[in-house]
Design a protein. Sequence first.
Length: 206
Amino acid sequence: MVKDLEQNENARVEAQKKKLGEAGLAKLKLELENAAKESCEAIPEELILKFHVPKFENIKFMEPLLAVYEPEPTRRDGNRNEIEAILDKEGSSHPLNLVFAHIPAEFIVIQIFISTKDVPEDLFPYIPIYLSLFFALPIHRNGVYVDYQTVVHQLNEVFLTKHTSVGIGEVSEGLRIKVLARKSKYIDAIQTLSELFLNSIFEPTR
């Protein structure tokens, strides 16, 4: 197939050369050289000065409203913002450390940071393998086997981007899982990540 593509391309190029002739090729060469020369020219300063420079104080930045989850037994009274008040109504007491950064946007970013300091040294080399397959493993869903091809297809419908990495900045004893999704897919994103953590099947073939 590769040879056929190469032969077809060579035939197409030769046919184009014959069609244009020496004069046509010379004209196209000159046009290409002129275009390359023009693209390398500096933008005239007077053209740049025509753009209005806004005042710094008029530039509005999005300031996220941070909301920190606190388990019910250790929850502080008062000094809780509007997003934290919503979290407090859930009545949950799980041990996970959750921080929400709320901004007016149509997209959400979910990042999961997991410490690896308690992972045995002999198992640590398997972490990169696990992360490389995190989004490409079959799962059990309501007692039904779902193959990895179906899982990958469904992930692409929920997440716009997905990423895993070992190490978090300068901290090497940790791993990160990060996904981007539309705001309307928030519940689907949480449910999907839960399935990947709890219901993945580690098949030798994968």
